[in-house]
Design a protein around this ligand. Structure first.
Ligand code: 8YV
Length: 326
């Protein structure tokens, strides 16, 4: 029997490709070429599965043009590049890569929080530019992390990881807001207290965004929300671009409406709002929260195993719309 045909949309680790090639006839993109949407659609003809990495939009139009497609395996926990209702309507399975990146991403959220509060990149740029010629009493004086109030918007697995780090490692008072409240047991493990969104914004010394992107969370942090925050507060976004109104944030940073921000994700990335590039009090990283070698390998393996699980064994590991399996 011939092997099912799949497309791998981006360059992946050699071992991921080897795993896939054991089960499939694979068209890969090891050159990591930037395929246009039309080229992606053309390459998907005759393919039963696609390995995506979060940047490829899978919607009704693409599905209509790719009638052989049965599964889209995203190498990401977020899946806002999938129109899941359209996929379900066409009985196309979507999978993501939860759990394997939780602790690594929580580590990074905390790193960005620390870098933002303690003005790490701003002070390094100053030093590298040769501007450090004397000790000064308030040179790059930032804000304390230990013992402060940590606010978390979105309290899924990654949010809980950040809460545990803050509460247990840094003695922070943790408050959170989420669509649904955690169980009393999880709240006590995370030492986190549920509050309304307004209280979260007004009370947090450091606010970390970890909520999924949706029409509902678009610009969840814009000018009105920034206006509620303390002028000494910092804001960290490791969730998705579009959750923060980047233009409003740049203005708030310029006006010192809030003290500083740390961003790993941007509206329209890899483009970054030009105003963010010119304000000094923001730490900017290129969407690397899950980027450790072991975690990226685990994510790629899980995405590949979802393709094998579904197309070969009929059992994907982490299905987003399991109703299509019925
Ligand atoms: C990915 C992410 O690196 O998992 C997610 O949702 O944002 C990142 O871990 C990115 O989506 C590319 O796959």
């Amino acid at each position: 029997m011939s092997k099912p045909r799949i497309l791998v949309a981006r360059a992946v680790f050699p071992e991921t490709l080897a795993l896939l090639e054991r089960h499939f006839e694979v068209e890969a993109n090891q050159a990591d070429a930037a395929w246009s949407r039309q080229e992606l659609i053309a390459r998907l003809q005759g393919k039963a599965g696609v390995f995506t990495t979060g940047g490829e939009r899978i919607d009704a139009e693409l599905l209509g043009a790719c009638p052989d497609l049965k599964i889209c395996a995203n190498m990401a926990v977020g899946f806002n590049n999938f129109d899941l209702p359209a996929m379900t309507a066409r009985r196309v399975l979507g999978t993501n890569t939860p759990d394997v990146l939780t602790e690594t991403t929580a580590d990074f959220g905390f790193a960005l929080l620390m870098a933002t509060a303690r003005r790490l990149t701003e002070s390094e740029h100053f030093l590298r530019a040769g501007l450090w010629n004397k000790w000064t009493i308030d040179l790059f004086a930032g804000s304390d992390v230990h013992g402060s109030t940590l606010g978390i918007l979105g309290m899924g697995r990654i949010g809980q990881g950040i809460a545990r780090r803050g509460a247990h490692g840094f003695g922070m008072d943790v408050i959170y807001h989420n669509r649904s409240r955690l169980s009393p047991q999880l709240e006590s493990e995370c030492k986190a207290r549920y509050v309304g969104k307004e209280e979260l914004l007004k009370t947090a010394d450091h606010l970390v965004l970890v909520l999924p992107y949706s029409a509902e969370s678009h610009h969840a942090i814009g000018a009105p929300e920034l206006a509620l925050m303390k002028p000494t507060a910092t804001l960290v976004n490791i969730a998705r671009g579009g959750i923060v109104d980047d233009a409003a944030l740049a203005q708030a940073l310029r006006d010192k409406r809030i003290a500083a921000a740390g961003l790993d994700v941007y509206e329209g990335e890899p483009k970054v709002h030009p105003d963010l590039l010119t304000v000094p009090n923001v730490v900017l990283t290129p969407h690397i929260a899950s980027a450790t070698v072991p975690t990226r390998k685990a994510m790629a393996k899980l995405a590949a195993e979802n393709l094998v699980g579904f197309l070969v064994n009929g059992r994907p590991l982490t299905a987003l719309n399991p109703e299509v399996l019925a």
